[in-house]
Ligand binder design. Structure first.
Ligand code: NAD
Ligand code: IPM
Ligand code: MN
Length: 373
C-alpha cells in the first residue's frame, strides 16, 4: 500500500484548529482511495518558544528532512512573542531551510462563498500567484546603524539630515539571478500545464527599484522568449493590485517576488471570500515541501472554534496532488466545493454560525460521497 510520511506543525492560534480538520479529511480519503499515511506532530510554535526559548530545536530542519511533506497551520502570537522572532524562526526557517522557492497560491472562487465586489465576475476568475519565497526583502539582510556609521552613506545621499542624528535601518532585498530565473521559469511551466489562458503576468516595480527589478525584468524577458506559446506581460505591482480588483478575470499565472506576492495574495484571498478560502504550497528544490493556508493564526478568533478550515482543506488538496494522490485530491476539492455550495454548514466568515469542526465534517462527508463510498 502506498504510504506517505507527513510532518504536522499545527503552530499557534487557529493553526491547530484548522489542521485537525485537514487530518480528518485526509483520513477519510486515504480510506476511500487505498493509501496509508503516518503523521508526526511537531509542537513548534510561539507557545513552544515561550517554554524553550527557541522556535524550533537546533536540529529542527534535520528532523523534518525525512518526511514527504510538511502540513502547517499558522504561526504567530503577536501579543507574546515579537513577530520577527516567532514567524521568522519557524515559518521562514523552514521555507529557507528546504529552499521552498515556489510559493503557489491558487485563486479560485467557490460558489456559495462570500464575494466582496459589487458585480462579481466570479465565473471567470481562476488564476494562480507564483510567489518567490526564499529571498527578496525577506532575506533578513541589513541592519540598524547609529549616526556616523559608514553604512549611512547611501541613506545620507537620499536624506542629508540622517548623517546628523537619526538612526537608519537598512533592509536589503536580495535578488539572485538563480532565484529570479527559477521562479519565473516555474511560472511559465505552470502556464503551459494549466488549462488556462497561457498568460504570465509579472509583478514588477522597476520605476522605483532600479537594480533588483531591472534584473528581474531582463530575466523575465529572456524566459518569456524561451516559452513562445505563452503570452507574457509585465505590470507595475501597484497597477496590478488595482487590476486584481477591477478585472481579476484578466489573470492566469502571476509571478511576483516575495513581498509583492505576499501582499497580492491577501488581496486575491479577499476576491474569493477571504483568508478562510486561500490555500498555498511552498514547493522545495530538495526535501519536503510545505503546505499551509495563506492565513495566519487569527488571534481575534483563536479558541472559539469558528475558524473556516476551507483554506487548510484546499491546501490538503494541493498536498495530495504533490504526493501523487490525484484522485484523493479531486475528492477533497469536490468535497469542499459541494459543502460550500450547499451552504448548510457555514462558518461566521461565510455569514453562518457553524464551527470549524462542523465545516470539516461536512467536507469529509461530501468527499466520501464523491468517492462513492
Ligand atoms: P491573520 O491571517 O491571522 O488574520 C487576519 C484576519 O483574517 C483576522 O480577522 C482573522 O480572524 C481572519 N482569518 C484568518 N484566517 C481565517 C480563517 N481560517 N477563518 C476565518 N477568519 C480568518 O493575519 P494577522 O492578524 O495579520 O496575523 C496574526 C498572526 O499570524 C501574526 O503573528 C502574523 O505574523 C501571523 N501570520 C502567520 C502566517 C503563517 O503562519 N503562514 C500567515 C500570516 C500571518
Ligand atoms: C504568508 C505570511 C508570511 C509571509 C509571514 C507570516 C512571514 O504572511 O505566508 O503569507 O509573509 O510570507
Ligand atoms: Mn501573507
Amino acid at each position: 500500500m502506498r504510504n506517505h510520511k507527513i510532518a504536522v506543525i499545527g503552530g499557534d492560534g487557529i493553526g491547530p484548529e484548522v489542521v485537525a480538520e485537514g487530518l480528518r479529511v485526509l483520513e477519510v480519503v486515504a480510506g476511500a482511495y487505498g493509501f496509508s499515511f503516518e503523521t508526526e506532530d511537531f509542537p513548534w510554535s510561539c507557545g513552544y518558544y515561550l517554554e524553550h526559548g527557541l522556535m524550533i530545536p537546533e536540529d529542527g530542519i534535520d528532523q523534518l528532512r525525512g518526511f514527504d511533506e510538511i502540513y502547517l497551520g499558522a504561526v504567530g502570537l503577536p501579543d507574546s512573542v515579537p513577530e520577527e522572532i516567532g514567524v521568522r524562526g519557524l515559518l521562514l526557517a523552514i521555507r529557507f531551510g528546504f529552499e521552498q522557492y515556489a510559493n503557489v497560491r491558487p485563486v479560485q472562487p467557490l460558489t456559495g462563498a462570500p464575494y466582496p465586489l459589487v458585480s462579481p465576475p466570479q465565473a471567470n476568475v481562476d488564476f494562480v500567484v507564483v510567489r518567490e519565497a526564499t529571498e527578496g526583502i525577506y532575506a533578513g539582510v541589513g541592519g540598524r546603524y547609529l549616526k556616523g556609521a559608514p553604512e549611512l552613506a547611501g541613506a545620507a545621499l537620499v536624506n542629508p539630515n540622517v548623517s546628523g542624528s537619526s538612526e537608519v535601518a537598512l533592509q536589503t532585498g536580495v535578488f539572485t539571478e538563480i532565484g529570479c530565473r527559477r521562479i519565473i521559469e516555474y511560472a511559465f511551466g505552470l502556464a503551459e500545464r494549466r488549462d488556462g489562458r497561457r498568460l504570465v503576468s509579472s509583478a514588477t516595480k522597476a520605476n522605483a527599484m532600479n537594480y533588483a527589478m531591472v534584473m528581474w525584468n531582463e530575466i523575465f524577458d529572456e524566459v518569456a522568449r524561451e516559452h513562445p506559446t505563452v503570452e507574457a506581460e509585465w505590470m507595475n505591482v501597484d497597477a496590478m493590485a488595482m487590476r486584481f480588483v477591477t478585472s481579476p478575470d484578466h489573470f492566469d499565472v502571476v509571478v511576483a517576488g516575495n513581498l509583492f506576492g505576499d501582499i497580492l495574495t491577501d488581496l486575491s484571498a479577499a476576491l474569493v471570500g477571504g483568508l478562510g478560502f486561500a490555500p498555498s504550497a511552498n514547493l522545495s528544490v530538495e526535501g519536503p515541501s510545505m503546505f499551509e493556508p495563506c492565513h495566519g493564526s487569527a488571534p481575534d478568533i483563536t479558541g472559539m472554534g469558528i475558524a473556516n478550515p476551507t483554506a487548510a482543506l484546499l491546501t490538503l488538496e494541493m498536498m495530495l496532488d504533490d504526493l501523487g494522490e490525484s484522485e484523493a485530491a479531486r475528492a477533497v476539492g469536490a468535497g469542499v466545493r459541494a459543502a460550500v455550495a450547499e451552504g448548510v454548514v457555514r462558518t461566521p466568515d461565510m455569514g453562518g454560525d457553524a464551527t470549524t469542526r462542523e465545516m470539516g465534517e461536512a467536507v469529509a462527508a461530501a468527499a466520501l460521497k464523491h468517492a462513492g463510498a
